[in-house]
Write a protein that binds this ligand. Structure first.
Ligand code: XLS
Ligand code: CA
Ligand code: CA
Length: 438
């Protein structure tokens, strides 16, 4: 078998003092953290599109990286070379999952029958590659935003014919996901939104998105898909306003249309921040609603208002992410690096450096989040902060054994309540710093 990354050895853990750029400093797959090996806490996934397809093109310039992998782009030989390169890449890094869009795997043909034939061929090839490895599919999805037919959305399109094409792509992407043992199936509603209300029937469009999702659930279950469906919220880009704005909005939508039993959320860091939230916020909202499914691990740039999909580097954010994940009891999905190297990082080494950075960042996040939980001061503070609801009138409020009149009488008897107690934010932040740099 041809080796693609000839200058790159298998990447191993060498510890925090290593200066080897091709070694993990913090990700130690078998190290036990809170009773489980790191690799079980952190089911990392490679994103087919960024790692094997995207080559640095942006709105102002063409490719900087060579992702031909020795084959002519746009051919099935290239599609297969990407599979070979992808598997070598994952094996060298010890990554056990991948995520894909249908059109990341094969070049899309003019006729959907031919695209589907190509998908059959490539998924047979991937399945063969999977034999003898522990690599599996984390989730699959259909790209229903790049082709011009989806300019007005997929489920939300004004054209019933386009809706059928969306249905056909979802059906095929589900077939392939199931065939490759996928843990989940994602709907990212890239163009499920609008540019202007002057031409848009929002209610009609949202009902149709829900219909497409119901049809997907029905079909998926009929072919033996037992995993979770996910909505991946994002507020904007490419559309000005996307319906799955953030976690809270997506949860409301899923409940409104009776999809909440089959769906969870795939939370992307950069999408949460575009919605004006922290990554941790959207994770918490998902978790408390029982809907934290999977994570797209990346980060945005505070100075830029778009989806930069950078490799995660911010250890504070990764720590608070892992804090939420640990408290939620882990993920049924995983951590997909929906991240791309910067355009000037165009070499094969850069692809590895990027994943080493991302995996080390999350390993550090895991270690520090576990330390915060074991330290216990944050949990204790939050517990104490609500102590007034454990006895007396507070307990009656919580158990529902009171009336508005009783509470009003209680307030009148008090005359005035004491101040509710300091939030101690600065003190708590100093605990976080102490744990981070200890
Ligand atoms: C784009 C999204 C996309 C989804 C999958 O912003 O992140 O890549 O993860 O369609
Ligand atoms: Ca994503
Ligand atoms: Ca993104």
């Amino acid at each position: 078998m041809k080796e693609f990354f000839t200058s790159i050895p298998a990447i191993h853990y060498e510890g925090p003092n290593s200066k080897n750029p091709l070694a993990f400093k913090f990700y130690d797959a078998d190290k036990i953290v809170m009773g489980k090996p790191m690799k079980k806490h952190l089911p990392f996934a490679m994103a087919w599109w960024h790692n094997l397809c995207a080559a640095g093109t942006d709105m102002f310039g063409r490719d900087t990286a060579d992702k031909s992998f020795g084959a002519e782009k746009g051919t099935m030989a290239h599609a297969k070379a990407k599979v070979d390169a992808g598997f070598e890449f994952m094996q060298k890094l010890g990554i056990r999952y991948f995520c894909f869009h249908d059109v990341d795997l094969v070049p899309e043909a003019d006729d959907i029958k031919e695209t589907n034939r190509r998908l059959d061929e490539i998924s047979d090839y991937i399945l063969e590659k999977m034999q003898g490895t522990d690599i599996k599919c984390l989730w699959g999805t259909a790209n229903m935003f790049s082709n011009p037919r989806f300019m007005n959305g997929a489920g939300s399109t004004n054209s019933a014919d386009v809706f059928c094409f969306a249905a056909a792509q979802v059906k095929k992407a589900l077939d392939i996901t199931v065939k490759l043992g996928g843990r989940g199936y994602v709907f990212w509603g890239g163009r499920e939104g609008y540019e202007t209300l002057l031409n848009t029937d929002v209610k009609f469009e949202q009902e149709n998105i829900a219909k497409l999702m119901h049809l997907a659930v029905e079909y998926g279950r009929s072919i033996g898909f037992t995993g979770d469906f996910y909505i991946e919220p994002k507020p904007k880009e490419p559309m000005k306003h996307q319906y799955d704005f953030d976690a809270a909005t997506a949860i409301g939508f899923l409940r409104q249309y009776g999809l909440d039993k089959d769906f969870k959320l795939n939370i992307e860091a950069n999408h949460a921040t575009l919605a004006g939230h922290t990554f941790q916020h959207d994770l918490r909202i998902s978790a408390i609603n029982g809907m934290l499914g999977s994570i797209d691990a990346n980060q945005g740039d505070m100075l830029l208002g778009w989806d930069t999909d950078e490799f995660p580097f911010n250890v504070y954010d990764a720590t608070m992410c892992m804090y939420e994940v640990l408290k939620a009891g882990g993920l049924t999905g995983g951590f997909n690096f929906d991240s791309k190297t910067r355009r000037p990082s165009y070499t094969m080494e850069d692809m590895f450096h990027a994943y080493i950075l991302g995996m080390d960042t999350f390993a550090l996040g895991l270690i520090k989040a576990a330390a915060l939980i074991e330290d216990g001061r944050l949990d204790k503070f939050v517990e104490d902060r609500y102590a007034s609801y454990r006895t007396g009138i507070g307990a009656k409020i919580r158990s529902g054994e009171t009336t508005l009149a009783e509470l009003a009488a209680y307030a009148e008897k008090l005359g005035a309540p004491e101040l509710p107690g300091s939030g101690r934010q600065e003190y708590l932040e100093s605990i976080v710093n102490q744990v981070m740099f200890n």
